[in-house]
Design a protein around this ligand. Structure first.
Ligand SMILES: [Zn+2]
Length: 133
């Protein structure tokens, strides 16, 4: 579905148009001005994004987060990517949601858990090993 927006087959309110990227308004925004940033190339998740596109992708995310303030008067923004789980469309998309104190957003107050004794070291060790740290 995002590929159809990128190709122009499906109409969308485009707000950012770059050689590798498109940003458009989410049709069902968390708050008005909620933008989805997508690579033109069809990749499903963040780990699939080619390395040469990473800088441009994050630079566009910065520009959208800045525009939420300068263009829309938001105090800040929430920037997020769902990978596979809770990902409604299997084409990588980064959400930029304008935020203002007291806006009532509750959907992103995730439940929190606690590590059992020693567990924190095990999780850290597994991640360090995978990341080569
Ligand atoms: Zn696609």
């Amino acid at each position: 579905m995002f590929c159809q927006i990128i190709s122009g087959a499906v109409a969308a309110s485009i707000v950012l148009d770059r050689p590798d990227l498109v940003g458009f308004l989410d049709q069902r925004p968390v708050f008005k001005g909620h933008v989805l940033l997508v690579p033109r190339q069809h990749v499903e998740t963040l780990p699939d994004l080619p390395a040469e596109q990473r800088d441009g992708f994050l630079a566009a995310a910065q520009d959208l987060a800045t525009a939420a303030k300068t263009a829309l008067g938001a105090q800040g923004s929430f920037v997020a990517i769902n990978n596979t789980v809770s990902q409604s469309v299997p084409h990588l998309h980064l959400h930029v949601v304008p935020r203002t104190k007291g806006d009532g957003l509750r959907g992103f107050f995730w439940p929190r858990t606690k590590y059992a004794g020693g567990e924190v070291d095990d999780y850290a060790a597994r991640l360090r090993a995978a990341l080569g740290a």
